[in-house]
Structure formats: structure tokens, C-alpha cells
Design a protein around this ligand. Sequence first.
Ligand code: SF4
Length: 461
Amino acid sequence: MIDLINKAKTEHSLNKDELIELLSCQDGEQIFKAADEVRQKYVGAEVHLRALIEFSNICRCNCAYCGLRCKNRDIERYRMSAEQIVETALKAADFGYKTIVLQSGEDVFFTADYLAEIIREIKKNDVAVTLSIGERSFEEYKILKDAGADRFLLRIETTDRKLYEKYHPGADFENRIRCLEDLKQLGFETGTGCLVGLPGQTIESLADDILFFKELDADMVGIGPLIVHPHTPLNGQQNGSLDLALRVMALTRLLMPDINIPATTAMETLNPAGRILALQSGANVVMPNLTDDDARAKYEIYPNKAGVNYTELSEKLRSIGRTISHKKGYRGNTDCPLTLNPSPAGRGKHTNTARYLRKNMTPQELKFWNLVRNSQFENTKFKRQYPIGKYIVDFVAIQKMLVIELDGGGHNTPEQQKYDEERTKYLKSRGFKILRFWNNDIDNNIDGVFETISIALRERD
Ligand code: SF4
């Protein structure tokens, strides 16, 4: 077990069997400790506070575990006005919050255009805006991105397709994935996550969930233990286990060292020390709820949601050697989003560039791509011209954290060499291994190229 933890700590890569072993072992303490060390190394001691505004509890969906499901008639519904939302956001900004999270059920009253107006108003202040409003079309997401939204949370909840369909009647698993891919493509910092403790969920499927987060290259991952709501079909079932939820979270931190991970409210609701335990096991974000008391009580996804007392929280953080961040806290604890062009007008150019590069591959890139596409080389999934933070890499096997760069003669210049060095340093800091080959190698020694890649892949197993 210790060997596996050390491997995860240094290589940030584990396969499914290894994840299952660590999710099932007797003692999780070593995993929590390792995740805490990796959190400290990659994102530091700061804890980012995100001000949560739950602006509507009206939802068209019928998720079997959620108190806001449309078929729950024992709930008083509410919808805040645009003015109330903006006013609450401005209060939060005045208080010093650097991120505003706008969260709701899937409420179609709030069209993308209407939300875009609200976002533009909020963005007049120096804050990041995160949205958590469910599934929308690519065009709607684009409107929201163009209005200045920075991040989007959309938990997959479970990657077990059968379980997903069982607990999300009428929902389409493929559409969920499409949404997440659209969000990434549009340049949102994209958050996902899962529920731990759904009846019928297996350790194997939780291992798949963690691998899915990595495959997606999610920027944020939120893990919540299931808390049963009495007015749902899950009434009478057991709550999820905090220990298992913490393990899923800690292993996610080990595999994705620089992402943002919240200490979720569900963890604190299950155990009064849950938030601090999470912060000591890989988490670096807390989301205090700024919704007014009356509305907050009605936003009952699960019962008895724990609150955050700011003074108490800051004291507790101090006692464990942590500080409250005054940054917007983008991935990697940076204060600006990791895009090629961070100005609002330029957002999305990064993904446009990647798309352009995909369409205009060099003959060597095309040759390489034709030999690795569709997981045909050693059953490994490669992506091409893929944005990682502020750079676009030629090819990457995300599961293995392996980047392949193909270089032409232009990489001989001092300027390009300096740029390549910085890029390599950045990618290494995010846990990637980088292999560089000359175009000449692709033309004349393709077997040697694949032998080198094969060795690197085995090392990352
Ligand atoms: S989990 Fe979200 S989408 Fe599902 S019913 Fe609850 S609020 Fe609606």
C-alpha cells in the first residue's frame, strides 16, 4: 500500500486496480496524509472561499436522491429576481469574496441571455463567476462564457451508466458528457464530481469516477457523500460513508495535484469535523452560503445542510496552519485563468487555436496521430492539440500524464528553446512527463519513437 501511495504522490498516476486497492484498504490515514502533502506542494496553504448564491430551487429534473426534484411536492419553491441576485453578489464582493457561485436547479426561466445580463453586472466588480445551473446547449454555454463567466460546475455524479440512468430518470448520460466536453472546449474552468454512497454503487465504479475526472482534465472536483432526503425514493436508505468520500477526494488530489477541491458541505453535514478533515486530506476550497436564510432553508437538496460561520472557520483554519486566500483561486492557485488570452474578449481563443491546430497538422503530426488514434497503440487514449493550462500540447495521454511533442527545425532558435523550457517546467509542475521527438524521428525512425513511448507508458503504469 505504501508503495502505491508513494507512486501516486510522485507520478500522479494510478490504474484502476491500484485505485480499488487504496479505496478498499483498512487504513485511509496514509492516503489522507499523502494528499495533504501534495495539496501543500502544488496549491499551498491558502483556502479559497467561494460565495454561494442559490438563486432558484425550481428544477425540471427528477434526480432520485435530490430534495429539489420536480416530483417533490413537499417543498416551497422560490426564484430570486435578477436584482436580488446581483445585490447579494455585490454584498459578497464588498465582503471580500473573490468568487461568486451562482447555483440553481435546472430552471429554464433563467435563459442564457437573462443570466448573461446578471453575469455582466456582477463582473463589473473584481470577481470570478462560477455557474452551477445544469445542462444547456453549446450555444447557451457560449453566451454565458462570452458574458464573462469563468467557471462551471457540473457533477457527473456517477460514471456507472446503469446507475446514472437509474437515479436520473429521463436523463441522457451521453448528453452529460457532451456538456462537460463543451464547457472544456469553451474555456470554462470546468468542475465535476460524484456522489459517494448511492445504493448499488461499487468501489470499482468509484475508481472509474476518479479516472474519469483525470481523463476529462477537470479543473475542480467536488465529492459529496450521499445524504438521504426523506422526500425522495431513497428514503430509508443509508447515508454515504464520510471515510469513503474522503478517500475518493484524497485519491483525486493525488492524481490531479493542482486542481481545486472543495471541502463539501455534505461532508460537514455528516460529521461536524468533516470540513476540517477534508481540508487536511487534499481539499483547498470552502463555499460559504450567502443566500438569505429563508431561501437557503428551501434549497434542500438534502436535509440539515451545515452552514459556515466565517469567524469560526478562520479560527479553525489558523489552528491547522491554513490561511484564507484573497485571490480568485484559479487552478494551480493562480489569480488569472490559465488561458492564452485572459482578457474577457479573448476567452475562447485558446480553444479556437487548438481547433485550428487540429485542422492544420503537419505531415509528421498526422502520421503520428493515425498510428495512435482510437486507442490503437497499447490501448492508450491519446488526445491531439490539447489545451493544458496556458499551453496547447501536440499529443497527450491524460490517464498516463504523458505529453508527446513533435518538433520541427523552428525549435532550434534561442527564443523557442526558452519558451519550450518554460512550457516543460509548467507541464512538469502539473505532474506531466514530456517526451520530445524531432520530425526527422517520425519520418525515419518511427519504431524507435514508439519504443520510447512504450517504455514511458510502462513507467507510468
Ligand atoms: S440534483 Fe440538480 S438537477 Fe437533479 S433534481 Fe436536484 S437540483 Fe435538479
